[in-house]
Design a protein around this ligand. Structure first.
Ligand SMILES: Cc1cc2nc3c(=O)[nH]c(=O)nc-3n(C[C@H](O)[C@H](O)[C@H](O)COP(=O)(O)O)c2cc1C
Length: 425
C-alpha cells in the first residue's frame, strides 16, 4: 500500500473528530453555497480521474473482473476490455484441467423475502463451481491472443496448483510466457479443490501458505497478488504471511463457505444435484459487509506493518454500485473486483460503476482515487476507545448545560434559554 497516498488522505481529513465533517465537504443550504455550486458547474471542472497505477500496472479505472465465469474464455474477456473494465482476472487455471469435473446445476440464489420467493431481489449467490475445466493449453493461447490484441490493457492470470513445487513452477512459467501482466494466486477456493490440498486448504494453513508463497515468488517475474479466503478466524494472519513471503498485493475476499438453503418440499439442499448437495461459496450483495470488515482489518494491518513498500490491496465482495466500490477504496483498496455482479448485470455494468464512482467523487470534491483511498480507516478504533470518547462527549455536553462559562458568553438571541440553563428548579 503506497504509504504516501494514505498519508495525504489523512492530512486532508486529519484534525477532525469522527462526528465532524471537513468544511470543504459540508453540504450547506445557504445562498452563498448555492452560488458557489453554480459557479463551479459553469467553470467546467475536469471529470474526476479514475485511473490507477497498482504495482506498476496502469489501469483506466479501478474496476477489475474478478476470477470466475466472467473471465472463462477469450470471447468474454475481450468483451470485458471492450466495455472498459480496468483489468481482467481470468478464471483460475491449473496444469491438469481433466482433473476438474463440474456439475450442473452449480449455482443457487438467495432472494430478499420469504424462503423460496421467486420475486425478491437477489442478494446472495452460492456456487459449487470448480476452477477452469478448459485445457490449460487453450486458456494460454487465449491469454496470448488477448495480450496481442490489447497490449495496453491489464490481463491477470489466476492460478492454483497442488502442493508440489515443480507443478507451481511449471504453471507460473507457462502463464508468464503468454505475456500476462500479473498473477493472482487462488489460495481461497472453499469447495472441491481443498480435497486435493488446493485453494483454501493452503490459505487456511499459514505454514503451507508460507512455503507455497516462497515457491511462487522465487519463480514469478510479474507482480503477485494472494487471494485470501474469509473462512478463517483472523484473515490478517495469512495476509501477513503472503506479504512477508514476497507477494506484492492481497486480494480479499473469495467466497464464504455456505449452505444456501433447504427445499421445504423435497427436504433436499440447494443447489441440488441428483438429490444431493455439498457446501459451496457465498457471494453477492449479502457478503459485502463481511468483505468490508475483512478488507478493513487487512488494510489496518498493512498500514501498521507494511508501510515501507508499494503493496496493493484489491477489495472483492458484493459490488454492484459505484458506492459499494467507494467503500472498499475508503478502506484502502487500490482496485475493486466484481464477479457475481457481472453474472447478474452483464459487462456493461462497468459504465454505471464508473459514473457512480465519479458522482461520489464530485460530491466530495475528490479529483483522483488516491485523494480518498484509505480515508475512512482512521475512524475505526477499539470498543474501549469508543466508550472513552462517549464518556468525554457526555461530560462536555453536561458542562455546556451547566450555564455559561463567562459573562461574555451571553447572546441576544439565546438569552432566555441561557438564563434557563442556569436555573436549578
Ligand atoms: C460462480 C463463481 C465462480 C468463481 N470462480 C472463482 C475462481 O475460479 N477463482 C477465484 O479465485 N475465485 C472465484 N470466484 C470468487 C470470486 O472471484 C469472488 O471472490 C467472490 O465471488 C466474491 O465477489 P462477488 O460478490 O463480486 O462475486 C467465483 C465466484 C463465483 C460466483
Amino acid at each position: 500500500m503506497a504509504s504516501s497516498s494514505l498519508g495525504s488522505a489523512q492530512i486532508r481529513l486529519g484534525g477532525f473528530s469522527a462526528l465532524e465533517v471537513p468544511s470543504s465537504r459540508r453540504i450547506s443550504l445557504t445562498p452563498v453555497s448555492r452560488v458557489r455550486f453554480r459557479v463551479s458547474c459553469s467553470a467546467a471542472k475536469p471529470e474526476p480521474d479514475l485511473s490507477v497505477n497498482v504495482n506498476g500496472l496502469q489501469m483506466p479505472n479501478p474496476f477489475v473482473i474478478g476470477s470466475g465465469p466472467p473471465g472463462t474464455n477469450y470471447t468474454v474477456m475481450k468483451r470485458a476490455f471492450d466495455e472498459g473494465w480496468g483489468a481482467v482476472i481470468a478464471k483460475t487455471v491449473s496444469l491438469e484441467a481433466d482433473k476438474v469435473i463440474n456439475v450442473t446445476p452449480r449455482y443457487a440464489r438467495l432472494r430478499a423475502g420469504a424462503n423460496g420467493s421467486a420475486k425478491g431481489q437477489i442478494i446472495g449467490w452460492e456456487n459449487i463451481e470448480l476452477i477452469s475445466d478448459r485445457p490449460l493449453e487453450t486458456m494460454l493461447k487465449e491469454f496470448k491472443q488477448l495480450k496481442e490484441e490489447y497490449p495496453d490493457r491489464i490481463l491477470i492470470a489466476s492460478i492454483m496448483e497442488e502442493y508440489n513445487k515443480a507443478a507451481w513452477e511449471e504453471l507460473i512459467d507457462r502463464v508468464e510466457q503468454t505475456g500476462i501482466d500479473a498473477i493472482e494466486v487462488n489460495f481461497s477456493c472453499p469447495h472441491g479443490m481443498p480435497e486435493r490440498k488446493m485453494g483454501a486448504a493452503v490459505g487456511q494453513d499459514c505454514a503451507l501458505l508460507e512455503e507455497v508463497c516462497g515457491w511462487v515468488n522465487a519463480k514469478a517475474t510479474v507482480p503477485v497478488w494472494a487471494k485470501m479466503t474469509p473462512n478463517i478466524t483472523d484473515i490478517r494472519e495469512p495476509a501477513r504471511v503472503a506479504l512477508r513471503s514476497g507477494c506484492e498485493g492481497i486480494a480479499a475476499i473469495n467466497t464464504i463457505m455456505s449452505v444456501m438453503g433447504i427445499n421445504l418440499t423435497t427436504l433436499r439442499p440447494e443447489p441440488c444435484v441428483e438429490g444431493y448437495s455439498t457446501p459451496g461459496g457465498y457471494s453477492s450483495k449479502a457478503v459485502h459487509p463481511i468483505a468490508l470488515g475483512k478488507v478493513m482489518n487487512i488494510a489496518k494491518m498493512m498500514e501498521e506493518e507494511f508501510n515501507d513498500k508499494d503493496y496493493s490491496l484489491s477489495g472483492i465482495g458484493g459490488v454492484e454500485t459505484g458506492g459499494d466500490a467507494a467503500e472498499f477504496i475508503l478502506l484502502g483498496a487500490n482496485t475493486v473486483q466484481v464477479c457475481t455482479g457481472v453474472m447478474m448485470h452483464g459487462y456493461g455494468l462497468v459504465k454505471k460503476l464508473c459514473t457512480e464512482l465519479q458522482d461520489f467523487m464530485k460530491l466530495q470534491d475528490f479529483t483522483s482515487i488516491e485523494d480518498f483511498r484509505g480515508a475512512s480507516l482512521e475512524y475505526f478504533t477499539t470498543h474501549t476507545d469508543l466508550v472513552r470518547r462517549q464518556k468525554e462527549a457526555i461530560e462536555l455536553r453536561k458542562a455546556k448545560k451547566q450555564g455559561l462559562q463567562s459573562d461574555k458568553d451571553w447572546t441576544g438571541d439565546g438569552f432566555v434559554k441561557e438564563t434557563e440553563s442556569m436555573v436549578s428548579n
